[in-house]
Design a protein around this ligand. Structure first.
Ligand code: ASP
Ligand code: MG
Length: 436
């Protein structure tokens, strides 16, 4: 018997028929002799709809009110799922983040978990009940409701799995697992049987929308095995852990799958992530002197913008002057541009330019550490397709390049082929289309 935390994303609980289907799955796991704790996202596009309603009433919603509003989405799905489970013969109760003992700081919209005290959940498990927990929410010291940021239900699930010492945290979505590239852009991509935390983290942080980055960070820190899989099929999904082969867990992984995985050597490149939601700002003609970049990035940071890549050119267009380009999420760009414009005289630059028509391709693989030809191969593949690169950044196990938005899909397919990642098996199936 294992304790399994199962998290269902919005596309898996989009309507009452889906909720009944999910309930059937949960009961099937229980009937195999496992204990199950469930975490749910809001139904379908509920969170976006709630945000739209707020936007119809105000351009600047109060952050406390916004968090109370958004947590309503998960309360709807949790209670309906508990009703469906009970109706189908499996006694279940639902719990808000607060009732589940999820304590957070007071950063509305992006709260961090400060403590997990899931006493009521532990009691429910003991009583043989299925606990259904609302994802993405907690409570702060003032007993005000907070949210963990968009996509935060994954983090709720991983945090609960850790606090309850669960054997595995299953993340159910509408694709079969993590892929070597987004199957919607690269149809020849293949499903990854197993990925190490560090690689999953780089893939998630650079645009693989299947998992919340913070959830992977949490899982890595506390060694919580993750199994990302589809709620629309019974297929094995992608195991994320510190091992190359999926961890052996009390009968959860079929032994045959384990033996087969163990024989396969880990590829040099695990996958390619992409991001079409970034923007590039260039500050032209900054004085080339110590402190200029520090002052400029302080202005950007104060505007709350999350900076990705940075490139500086000194003296290229004018002696004594530097151009600095950086990428940031589209959603942060307006604030950053306003702040930079406001600080123009202080910073002493000539002008700003802004490009939202960019895409970022990130090649990820732990094998990069020992294979120096990876960059040459990447740039060779891009050169052959005539794709121009405007920025490059690397980590130990990742190379990211900025291309034009229109070039990105072609670039992804070319790089995927160049690294021998094209599938030999059947094409990937996207069941519902949202990747949530
Ligand atoms: N419902 C929230 C969102 O759409 C949280 C989640 O789905 O994980 O972002
Ligand atoms: Mg999600």
């Amino acid at each position: 018997m294992a304790l399994i935390v199962q998290k269902f994303g919005g596309s898996s609980v989009a309507d009452t028929a889906s909720i009944r289907r999910v309930a059937g799955r949960i009961i099937a796991t229980r009937n195999q002799g496992h204990q199950v704790v469930v975490v749910v996202s809001a139904m379908g596009d509920t969170t976006d709809e709630l945000l739209d309603m707020a936007a119809e009433l105000t351009t600047n919603p109060n952050s406390r009110e916004l968090d109370i509003l958004l947590t309503a989405g998960e309360r709807i799905s949790m209670s309906l799922l508990a009703m469906a489970l009970t109706e189908m013969g499996a006694p279940a109760s639902s719990y808000t983040g607060q009732q589940a003992g999820i304590h957070t700081d007071a950063t509305y919209g992006h709260a961090s978990i400060t403590a997990m005290v899931p006493e009521r959940i532990a009691r429910a498990i003991k009583a043989g009940h299925i606990a259904v927990v609302a994802g993405f929410q907690g409570v702060n010291d003032n007993l005000d409701v907070t949210t963990l940021g968009r996509g935060g239900s994954d983090t709720t699930a991983v945090a609960l799995a850790h606090a309850l010492q669960a054997d595995v945290c299953e993340i159910y979505t509408d694709v079969d697992g993590m892929f070597s590239a987004d199957p919607r852009v690269v149809p020849s991509s293949h499903q990854l049987p197993a990925v190490r935390y560090e690689e999953a983290l780089e893939l998630a942080a650079h645009g693989a929308k299947i998992l919340h980055t913070r959830a992977v960070e949490f899982a890595r820190r506390y060694n919580v095995p993750l199994h990302v899989r589809s709620s629309f099929s019974d297929k094995e999904g992608t195991w994320i852990s510190n091992q190359v082969a999926p961890p052996e867990l009390a009968g959860i992984v079929p032994a045959a799958a384990l033996n087969q995985e163990a024989k396969v050597e880990q590829p040099i490149i695990s996958g390619i992530a992409h991001d079409k939601t970034q923007e590039k700002i260039t500050v032209i003609g900054l004085p080339d002197e110590p402190g200029a970049a520090a002052r400029m990035f302080e202005v950007v940071a104060n505007a709350g913008a999350k900076i990705g890549m940075i490139v500086q050119n000194v003296g290229v267009s004018e002696p004594g002057r530097a151009n600095i380009s950086f990428t940031l999420p589209e959603a942060d760009a307006r604030r950053a541009l306003e702040a930079l414009t406001h600080a123009k005289d202080d910073l002493g630059y000539h002008e700003l330019s802004d490009n939202s028509e960019i895409g970022i391709l990130s090649l990820v693989g732990a094998g990069m550490r020992s294979h120096p030809w990876v960059s040459a191969k990447l740039f060779g593949a891009l050169a052959r397709t005539g794709v121009n690169i405007s920025m490059i950044s690397t980590s130990e196990i990742r190379i990211s390049v900025v291309t034009g938005l229109d070039d990105l899909d072609v670039a992804l397919r070319a790089v995927h082929t160049a690294f021998g990642l094209d599938a030999v098996g059947p094409e990937a199936i996207v069941y519902a289309g949202s990747g949530r």
